[in-house]
Design a protein around this ligand. Structure first.
Ligand code: PPS
Length: 296
């Protein structure tokens, strides 16, 4: 039996130059040697960019908008996070994936160079969802308050400094989004934006259906929009993470389904923080064609 001291609020650990959640690094060979299946669909994001939302949408697309079928299991079982391991509190991502029927959804936040090679060799389909950095920082701060596998965030000010420096789990947001965007030039990656999904879910869901070679009627797309709206997902225990053991997630500190909007950063960034962030942003993103909207 593992004691909570072994997993809770530990410092991050480096793996091949990337800061990672301490317990995930254990037996890293399981990630390096992971063998994908030909029809795996990889859902890849920087943390807090709408991964759960995208996962539920993809599951609905694959199941022709059948909401009841999509309640067959919790989201962490339907779309296991590849790198997740917590010394046996829960079944690891790799073990859950081995059990799942094809086509499997594989959730990951891994930077490009940590993704198992088999996915590249297999030319696996991948969907990347990106969200603007300021809202990600705010969402990630609140997630640190409740997800006890992460180190404590300190104050918002302190956390923002760490986020800007890339001293958070999975490293720099800038490097993550830029490198995945660049990879779209040579690999089948559907690159989506959280803000576009908020603004026009019909259009974005149709893009996903086309990418996955699924034909969906307008009626089915409407069902998917309804089932995956923030309000519906917030109240759906299969996707709102309330099933998680409290050792791992403390919903009394912050809820997983927190606000689900674009532009919440304005409630947290001071004018000075915003100016500093914008300066860094300009430097980090210069030379990349990737564009974000920070409000709708
Ligand atoms: S994780 O832990 O990295 O996998 O988190 P992730 O799922 O990527 O991101 C969580 C944020 O996504 C918001 N969310 C949604 N927004 C809009 N619509 C729907 N349906 C939806 N579902 C989840 C969730 O509320 C988190 O964002 P914040 O800003 O904290 O509310």
């Amino acid at each position: 039996m593992v004691s909570s001291e072994e997993v809770v609020r530990k410092d991050l650990k480096m793996i091949h130059g990337h800061p990672m959640i301490h317990t995930f690094v254990f037996n890293w060979e399981r990630i390096e040697q992971f063998q994908c299946r030909p029809d795996d669909i990889v859902i890849t994001t920087y943390p807090k960019s709408g991964t759960t939302w995208l996962s539920e949408i993809v599951d609905m697309v694959l199941n022709d908008g059948d909401a009841e079928k999509c309640k067959r299991d919790v989201i962490t079982a339907k779309a296991p996070m590849l790198e997740m391991a917590d010394h046996g509190i829960r079944i690891s991502g790799v073990e859950q994936l081995k059990k799942n029927p094809s086509p499997r959804l594989v959730k990951t936040h891994l930077p490009i160079d940590l993704l198992p090679k088999s996915f590249w060799k297999n030319n696996s389909k991948m969907i990347y969802m990106a969200r603007n950095a300021k809202d990600v920082a705010v969402s990630y701060y609140h997630f640190h308050l409740m997800d006890r596998l992460l180190p404590l965030p300190g104050t918002w000010e302190e956390f923002l400094e760490k986020f800007m420096a890339g001293n958070v789990a999975y490293g720099s947001w800038f490097n993550h989004v830029k490198s995945w965007w660049k990879k779209t030039e040579e690999h089948p990656i559907l690159f989506l934006h959280y803000e576009d999904m908020k603004e026009n879910p019909k259009q974005e869901i149709k893009k996903i259906a086309t990418f996955l070679e699924k034909k969906l009627s307008n009626d089915i797309v409407d069902k998917i929009i309804h089932h995956t709206s923030f309000e519906t997902m917030k109240n759906n225990p299969m996707v709102n993470f309330t099933h998680m053991p409290s050792t791992v997630m403390d919903h009394s500190k912050s809820t997983f389904m927190r606000k689900g909007i674009a532009g919440d950063w304005k409630n947290y960034f001071t004018v000075a923080q915003n100016e500093k962030f914008d300066d860094l942003y300009e430097k980090q993103m210069s030379g990349s064609s990737l564009q974000f909207r920070t409000e709708l």
